[in-house]
Design a protein around this ligand. Structure first.
Ligand SMILES: Cc1ncc(CO)c(N)n1
Length: 222
């Protein structure tokens, strides 16, 4: 006993690295990503963020303490007031209007990932739901840090994706990731080996679905 978040990534190391170091991420870093692929990703990410917000509403419903309820409320507020607002502005800069976003058909990879998270939350408890959400929040924070450390990463005006990287390396996003890690470490410290193995499976599926999400962008898959 006495698990922590890094035990989850260690238990699915190959999938975790394949997600963090995906070709989509590398091409964002060196600025060579196909712009049509990025636009497709941005559109699907709008739909993703709407379901991500719903998952925090589910976390509120699943909360047994006032502290957990407040945390879920803050997560939902941050997605609605900050992340989705930034996303809509950012899409506009890429020539995608908000009215177009609202009418988008959902790609299968978006559907699979978001509904997996919501289903995991419905059938499980708050910890299952947080573990299913961890690849999103912790993963993107780690991706920003990984890109920063890569020699091929181009920053500033020479990289059309610089603002995307900056969003996830921002103090706000990194602080949200830190708070989530703290919450997960406290809960994982108390689980049995059997429960930990169940959570590893949830984490592995969610990580694989994040890999599929990057690939969906690269392939412009519907
Ligand atoms: C698919 C996906 N995962 C994670 C994040 C980070 O919030 C995002 N915006 N999109």
């Amino acid at each position: 006993m006495g698990y922590c978040f890094s035990d989850l990534t260690a238990a699915c190391q190959d999938d975790w690295r394949a997600y963090i170091e995906h070709d989509f991420v590398r091409a964002l870093g060196d600025g060579t990503l196909d712009q049509g692929a990025f636009r497709h990703y941005l559109q699907q990410d709008y739909l993703f963020l709407i379901h991500f917000a719903r998952a925090y509403a589910l976390a509120a419903y699943k909360s047994r303490t006032l502290a957990d309820l407040r945390q879920a409320h803050e997560g939902l507020r941050a997605i609605l007031d900050v992340e989705l607002g930034l996303h809509v502005d950012y899409c506009r800069d890429w020539g995608i209007a908000e009215t177009d976003l609202a009418a988008l058909p959902e790609a299968r990879a978006t559907l699979a990932y978001t509904r997996y998270v919501l289903d995991t939350g419905h059938r499980g408890d708050l910890l299952d739901l947080h573990v299913a959400l961890a690849p999103c929040l912790v993963g993107y924070g780690e991706i920003a840090g990984w890109l920063k450390a890569q020699p091929f990463t181009v920053r500033g005006g020479a990289n059309p994706y610089d603002a995307w990287i900056a969003m996830y390396e921002s103090d706000d996003f990194q602080a949200a990731m830190g708070a989530e890690l703290e919450w997960l470490d406290a809960r994982l410290a108390e689980v049995t080996p059997r429960r930990f193995n169940e959570l590893v499976e949830v984490f592995r599926y969610a990580t694989r679905l994040e890999i599929d999400f990057w690939q969906m962008g690269l392939d412009r898959a519907d």
